[in-house]
Design a protein around this ligand. Sequence first.
Ligand code: NDP
Ligand code: MG
Length: 383
Amino acid sequence: MKNVVLLGATGSIGDSCLNVIRQNKEHFHLFGIGLGSNLDKAQQIAKEFSPEHIFIAESHLDKSHDLFQSHSNILNTENELQALIQDPSVDIVISAISGFAGLKASYFAIDAGKTILIANKESIVAAGDILMPLAQTKNSEIIPVDSEHNAIHQCFPPHRDLKEISKIMITASGGPFREKTFKELSGVTLQDALKHPTWSMGTKITIDSATLVNKCLELIEAHYLFQIPESQIEIVVHPQSIIHSMVTFIDGSTIAQMSNPNMEVPIANALGLDQRLPINFEVIDFPGLNLSFEPISDGRDVIFEMAREVCNKKGNLGVIFNASNEIAVDAFLTKKIDFVDIYQVIQRTFNHFSCSKVNTLDDIFDYDKQARIQAEKVIKSLN
Ligand code: NDP
Ligand code: MG
């Protein structure tokens, strides 16, 4: 029986994790959960899984909520979150908080040498320079949950010689605006952007998928997780979302991982560690399949150039890229800017900073703050 701490339990990835755990109850015990503010959902989870600990980030807790009647220990401070994640009885930490807010949790898990299942790609993008060396020192195993990275992990298991890889191909659905030219994006609405053609996900990543910034984050994530130069990572649009990524080896073989687009598949793989866990899944209808591939639509290349620069220069560039995107997405969600302005905010914020080395997690938080302030300034100048 493995003790699991699921951070982001009330979100979309949280739902999928709970479904996999529900189907494999004999292997996993939900030791703790973490969430932002959705107490109703936390209460449902507590009723079904009886976790020992529940961390709630929200600072103004409504103590009259029924959740406080549960037998779980309610935690609310960062020190308590750290103690939960680093508890010696915890075997697996799932990092599935959305955005930069998930970084501390990822850091606590890696610093304690835990096995961490990483969905929160923003942690790796913003702090890859700190987290990856720390994982090595602390012997923490980082297992990717993001479907593309989990696919690569399945095609190329850890501890193999990186020299065997010729190229990694990360697939992209292309999002809801795949068939639009860059010019045509100027008229799109928030509702249009929230309609993802193949995946059902949280709001922030759905917008990232529409802008294709999600693929930029994934390029950087792959570069850090697999220690592969960006020049060996290609992004290919694959609208059916059946192949989640491919690895081409130096002997000419290409291995692809395939499944219907359902996050329970990569989560089951990650949670299973070295074993295949049984889950209910929809079988791929191969005779009915028509798999196609195409390059990224024109006009969006500029954000990929920035992402490739992040991989090549590292330091503070990842945290700046990530923070500018988070501020831009927030502004778009609250209708302060148009969809195409997201690109402007990222580009102008990114170009404002020069590359500097980062040595500590505090440096990352410092650059995150500076980049957010700068991105807000860019937004003001647009209006
Ligand atoms: P959601 O928005 O659906 O869920 C976010 C979760 O994080 C919720 O449980 C939310 O709690 C919690 N949360 C937010 N802020 C805080 C905070 N400050 N402290 C603690 N908990 C917090 O997001 P997703 O599940 O879609 O995405 C989660 C992560 O997984 C993201 O990094 C995303 O990029 C990544 N990912 C998601 C995929 C998907 O299919 N959804 C695919 C691949 C990666 P509450 O709702 O209670 O406020
Ligand atoms: Mg992905």
